[in-house]
Ligand binder design. Structure first.
Ligand code: 5AD
Ligand code: FES
Length: 363
């Protein structure tokens, strides 16, 4: 049996190493968590950065087989947060010293949408004279669109690859040009070339997914040299086609544990990146985000979406915090984070150190 301690002390990890680490349980698994916590502390510090999340619209042109807001789901009411509400939410983030926001939306690439986002960014940038850092998560767009948004003031972008296995990607998406694996990869490269800090991620515990896939996902992140990651367990949604495979899935507790392990392994593999403790983690375990903070994550996205829209942004079932006002969320989060021994990086953008290191100016 390979010695976990010696693998963990390596500088580089092969696919075979990762499989061994992914299979650990009990005391061996605990060693991984401890190593990740230690690396987090020395590399990025025990600080958590807030990104106020605005779920801007559930109008989506895509039909991903796992997603509750997919185009073909006629059971939900479609919405788009109005401009005033977006600015109010951003102002709230600024007033609360969050320093950054994320605008996430169903995917649209029509001109009206692209222009609308650009205008909103410019308005948000006026708050406190550019004080708020902005992350966008608005899907695949043309390189020109990415450039427009970057020039308007966005500096981070999240686009999950969902899985780095092309065959699995095809199983969980419709087979058409709108859901093309290579186009998605290409978008990630366009984002990098544009100058964004780029984040990606996968769902963990998808139907048909294997440990082999997850080890490859970790190596994919490394190869792409990502700056940020947002990952979480796959959670089934009744109104989606993948629901039919629910009885093939890992039990929820194991799916959660595996997700934690992947967060920890990514921290060990990519020491200076930002890793989000995602809402999907909290959906399975009420203390899920705190556990992720203890095993390597350093970013949390408190939900600032106006309450009236939240029940229509259910990407998966049992999503938490859909009936808590932003204020309540903040107080509850503060207490939870302090209990993990982390500080909150108020008034700091908390940019990816990994990104900063890559771009040391040449004198
Ligand atoms: N379970 C977990 N995560 C999901 N997402 C979409 N549907 C699900 C689901 N059923 C995630 C995807 C997407 C992000 C916005 O939400 O990874 O990129
Ligand atoms: Fe693709 Fe929601 S339809 S993630």
């Amino acid at each position: 049996m390979a010695n976990i301690t010696s693998i963990l002390n390596q500088q580089y990890f092969s696919h075979a190493d990762l499989i061994i680490l992914l299979k650990t349980e009990g005391a061996d698994q605990k060693q991984i968590f401890e190593k990740a916590a230690e690396i987090k502390k020395t590399e990025v510090g025990n600080k958590v950065y807030f990104r106020g999340l605005i779920e801007y619209s559930n109008i989506c042109s895509k039909d991903c087989f796992y997603c509750g807001v997919r185009k073909s789901n006629s059971n939900i009411q479609r919405y788009q947060v109005n401009d005033e509400e977006v600015i109010q939410a951003a102002q709230f983030a600024y007033d609360q010293n969050f320093a950054s926001i994320v605008i996430q939306s169903g995917e649209r690439s029509d001109k009206t949408f692209v222009k609308k986002i650009e205008n909103l960014i410019r308005e948000i940038k006026k708050i406190g004279n550019g004080a708020l850092g902005i992350t966008l998560s608005c899907g695949e767009q043309s390189k020109e669109t990415y450039k427009h948004w970057f020039d308007a003031g966005v500096h981070r972008y999240l686009l999950r690859i969902e899985t780095s296995n092309e065959d699995l990607y095809q199983k969980i998406h419709p087979q058409n040009n709108k859901h093309n694996f290579n186009k998605r990869i290409q978008s990630l490269y366009h984002l990098k070339e544009t100058g964004f800090q780029v984040g990606t991620g996968v769902m963990i515990g998808l139907p048909f997914q294997t440990l082999d896939d997850l080890a490859n996902d970790l190596l994919f992140f490394k190869k792409l040299d990502i700056d940020m990651a947002g990952m979480g367990p796959y959670i089934e949604h009744k109104q989606t086609p993948l629901y039919q495979y629910s009885d093939t899935l890992l039990p929820l507790k194991e799916r959660f544990q595996l997700s934690l392990k992947i967060v920890a392994l990514l921290r060990i593999l990519m020491k200076g990146i930002n890793i989000a403790a995602t809402t999907a983690m909290q959906t399975i375990d009420p203390e899920g985000r705190e556990k992720a903070l203890l095993t390597g994550a350093n970013v949390i996205m408190p939900n600032l979406t106006p309450l009236k829209y939240r029940e229509d942004y259910l990407l998966y079932e049992d999503k938490p915090c859909i009936d808590e006002e932003a204020d309540a969320c903040k107080n509850c989060l503060e207490a939870r984070i302090h209990r993990t021994g982390n500080e909150i990086g108020y008034n700091e953008w908390g940019d990816s150190l990994h990104f900063k290191k890559k771009r040391v100016p040449i004198k």
